[in-house]
Write a protein that binds this ligand. Sequence first.
Ligand code: FAD
Length: 371
Amino acid sequence: MRTFDTLVVGGGLVGSAIAYGVARRGGSVALIDEGDVAVRASRGNFALVWVHGKGDGMPRYATWTRRSADLWPDFAGALLDRTGIDVVYEKTGGIIFCFDDEEMAERRALLARLKANTEPPGYDYEMLDQGALAGMLPGLGPDLPGGSYCPHDGHCSSLHLLRALHAALLGLGGRYLPERRVTDIRARADSFTVITEQGEVQGGRLVLAAGHANAWLAPKVGLSVPVKPERGQVLVTERFEPMIPLPTSHVRQSHEGTIMIGVSNEDVEFDDRSTVQTMAQMADQARRIFPFLARARIVRAWGCLRIMPPDGFAIYDQSPDHPNAYTVSCHSGVTLAAVHAESLAGWICDGALPDEIACFSAARFARAEAA
Ligand SMILES: Cc1cc2nc3c(=O)[nH]c(=O)nc-3n(C[C@H](O)[C@H](O)[C@H](O)COP(=O)(O)OP(=O)(O)OC[C@H]3O[C@@H](n4cnc5c(N)ncnc54)[C@H](O)[C@@H]3O)c2cc1C
């Protein structure tokens, strides 16, 4: 049996960001992961670092997301310094398109509401008509009424990010234990024994960040994580010269030149296949946005499952029964990687989640149901 100060279960973007953040503050850390057979969101996402439109219904989520976006430049720089891996983060601002006038009116109202409700440092955006958008995005199709622009948005390579987080953890003396599916947890007053198919690992502190598996692992330490899968499909084209200077809600050009087209939102349980109908819809929409894409060859396509809390906001909890046990779940693990590593990991090391993130406790779902 190996013993560590902190065990993090789940080596996706969420667990890796926290393990890296905890390791930076000292003590031994093990990151325990199921391995490549697992259902994983971290390898199939759109790689946006995105503030735009988030937080309606929970203003603190908008502030939290903005905080992460603001931390991203230093976070990416520190990973580069430590590991030599460039996560190719660019803070360019981002666009969400509107496809008709009704959508324009709804977006205008949503962003005004977010701006009015968000705590400092606030929420900046602009509504843009087709002409203004075309000035920012050469090649834009003529028949979109417009969209919104948010300067806090950006994008990165989420695969580089995952690699950099793992490398940074190892560089700090942390251990990565892959191919170890956790099947059970024994919680004692001052320690946790995590049971895997390859043996047991013991730790004084436990962070559950196992994506969908948090739903059945969390009750073992007295917590609840009611997440559900939501499928998103992505198409990837052949490489182009730089054509799309900033990321958008539906299309973005990667640093390698490929153009990613996304992403659907489908309630299909744990079915992560691609479907012809959805791919065709996404391709049609992309062609309407950028007509030059009609000539693009698709080279890859996949479906991937988001880890979706019922209201779409993050879930952060500390167990009342076992105060050294925490759960972390969210559906924006790229965007929130910086705040997870920089802020959340520090609070976990200090032994208490502060009041400012108490609103993210899963207790909100029980309260809503009771009400
Ligand atoms: C199509 C799509 C597009 C997206 N686009 C964006 C975006 O643009 N921006 C953004 O911020 N977010 C985006 N996301 C969301 C983002 O990808 C996720 O929030 C993030 O990857 C979640 O990371 P995670 O570590 O919680 O989960 P996962 O990546 O699923 O990782 C969970 C890990 O836990 C491990 N695990 C599972 N069960 C066990 C077990 N029993 N024992 C041990 N280990 C276990 C797995 O091996 C896995 O590595 C998108 C998601 C999808 C699906």
